[in-house]
Design a protein around this ligand. Structure first.
Ligand code: NAP
Length: 522
């Protein structure tokens, strides 16, 4: 069994005490053990502040970008090994594992590219100079500088690679050292990534540290200039953002949490059309990729009332064709959930949804997956629930069942009603809308934009090109309002803002130019 060490204060260190055991969720065989007990996280924070921060702040944006490029390349060179670990520890199919691992290297590479274009400077201007005196001899402007603290990255179990890559890319490019803390149950992939990066000798001392397991007292060492960037459940998000230390020290917190994402079929979308084909393909993918354990997975499906029967039948047919089992078997299309606890929660969640409607396919009953030992593994059938009165089915809009589970519901066909029903989810990461009526789409888009971080429009024009609503891209915003955590990540350069301070500077324009390389006419 592999023993995971944490990489803190410049050394790989094992914790003491009773370890947590990481398993293969298809077979329940133990894979690795980890403990963080007794590790000195105060020293790790100081290490980041005293070594990593100064080293990164001394680098120009182009140099930091080169670091990200080297990280991306180094990890790509170990792609097969990382995919294998993601499959074993995460129950991922090959496709699922690529989504996570390639997502990480792609995001690091994307920010490397973006950073190169920012050039050999350490400070970025924000907005235009403002003349503060007649004649322009005295100007003011805003500058963006790295926060002189530590970015603590707490990630969810479902994206151990991408979760690290997307957060670290923005923090490191901004100039902040990171301490990444993956979820304990799937820490194997993140652990291996940091080992690979350390062995390659490309990381400035103190720039990247790893807590490979429970966070212990790590967050008790947060201070005013630190950033806590969290991804996980709404409950944990609430706990962390309201922790006394976080409140006392005004620590910057970003929360990416649960989300009850919607797919909406516009009225008049013909059964044989490309748009309808895209809708079916996307919904099935978004329900079953990573066994539905994606924050961007489709949970609620809204369909015009008159078409509900046909659409439900089409989805049921496709969901029943999905082969569920151990991804070690190449025939398997969907793997297990990641932990026994996740399986328990998903089954209970299906029962709760079923009480508000009826199960069309799937359900909470135990399942032995293909190529898995009898009675072992955390498998769930792809499950579609139908609820005929969406306004009465409160649980559908409130409970995120973190598995291959969605509820299909009717609506009258108006853009206004579709948007109103989507908003019952209280704020989501993404809503997808499928149709070709531009006027209808424009109307629904305006309404949806207030409640969703991203809106994916599936129409004939994009049917051959679009990658699906679940694909998070470095150049576009990731994060949704309300229940989704009200966070904001990525979106190109805007993704750095979490890790930067904006300072207003007033002075002689020529002096500003000389000091910061940003003058009145930058
Ligand atoms: P979770 O139980 O909230 O855990 C998330 C992370 O927080 C883990 O690293 C966990 O560490 C840590 N954690 C838990 N309690 C903590 C505490 N008291 N102090 C410090 N750290 C603590 O969530 P999960 O089960 O891993 O992830 C599933 C959830 O994440 C789903 O609800 C999903 O929607 C959401 N998610 C959202 C996004 C997004 O971008 N919006 C992306 C992915 C997932 P341990 O594992 O060591 O307990």
């Amino acid at each position: 069994m592999i023993t995971l060490e944490s990489f803190v204060s410049g050394r790989w260190q094992e914790g003491a005490g009773e370890p947590s055991i990481l398993v293969d969720p298809s077979t329940e065989e133990p894979l690795a053990r980890t403990s963080t007990e007794g590790l000195d996280f105060g020293a790790a924070m100081r290490w980041a502040r005293e070594r990593g921060g100064p080293a990164l702040r001394a680098m120009t944006l182009a140099e930091r970008a080169a670091l990200l490029g080297a990280m991306s390349k180094t990890l790509r060179d170990h792609r097969d090994e990382l995919l294998d670990l993601a499959m074993r520890n995460g129950g991922n199919t090959t496709g699922d594992a690529k989504f996570d691992v390639d997502g990480a290297t792609g995001t690091l590479g994307g920010y490397a590219h973006l950073g190169q274009s920012l050039g050999e400077r350490r400070v970025l201007p924000d907005g235009e100079p403002e003349a503060l005196s007649r004649g322009g001899g005295w100007v003011g402007r805003h500058l963006l500088v790295p926060k002189p603290g530590v970015a603590v990255l707490v990630n969810a179990f479902n994206f151990p690679a991408w979760g690290f890559g997307e957060k670290a890319a923005c923090a490191l490019l901004a100039g902040m050292p990171v301490i990444v803390k993956p979820a304990t149950s799937t820490a194997l992939v993140t652990w291996r990534m940091i080992r690979i990066l350390d062995e390659a000798g490309i990381l400035p001392e103190g720039a990247v540290q790893l807590v490979a397991g429970p966070s212990g007292d790590l967050l008790d060492h947060l201070d005013a200039q630190d950033v806590l960037s969290f991804t996980g459940s709404a409950d944990t998000g609430l706990k962390l953002r309201s922790a006394p230390r976080v409140l006392e020290r005004n620590v910057t917190v970003n929360v990416e949490a649960d989300s009850l994402n919607s797919a909406v079929l516009a009225p008049g979308t013909a059964a044989g059309s490309e748009t309808y084909g895209l809708f079916l393909k996307d919904v099935i993918r978004e329900m079953t990729q990573k066994a539905g354990q994606k924050c961007t997975a489709v949970r609620r499906i809204f369909v015009p009332e008159a078409e509900l029967e046909r659409v439900a039948a089409d989805l049921v047919e496709r969901l029943e064709a999905v082969v569920v089992g151990n991804p070690a078997d190449p025939e398997v299309q969907m793997g297990p959930l990641t932990t026994a606890g996740q399986l328990r929660d998903a089954r209970a969640g299906i029962e709760a949804l079923a009480a508000a409607g009826r199960v069309l396919t799937g359900g909470p009953e135990p399942l032995t997956g293909r190529a898995a030992p009898e009675g072992k593994g955390y498998f769930v059938r792809p499950t579609l629930v139908r609820a005929d009165d969406p306004r009465a089915a409160a649980v559908v809009h409130e409970r995120e069942v973190f598995g291959p589970v969605a509820t299909i519901m009717p609506y009258g066909g108006s853009a206004e009603e579709a948007a109103e029903l989507v908003a019952l989810g209280g704020g989501s990461l993404v809503a997808s809308v499928y149709g070709d009526d531009a006027a209808w789409l424009a109307e629904v888009l305006e309404e949806l934009a207030g409640w969703n971080g991203r809106i994916y429009i599936g129409s004939t024009g994009v049917a051959g090109a679009a990658l699906g609503s679940g694909m998070v891209l470095p150049m576009l915003l990731h994060g949704g309002p309300g229940r989704a955590g009200n966070g904001a990540e990525l979106a190109g350069l805007a993704g750095l803002r979490l890790y930067q301070r904006r300072a207003a500077v007033q002075g002689d324009p020529a002096l500003l130019e000389r000091l910061f390389g940003v003058g009145a006419e930058d």
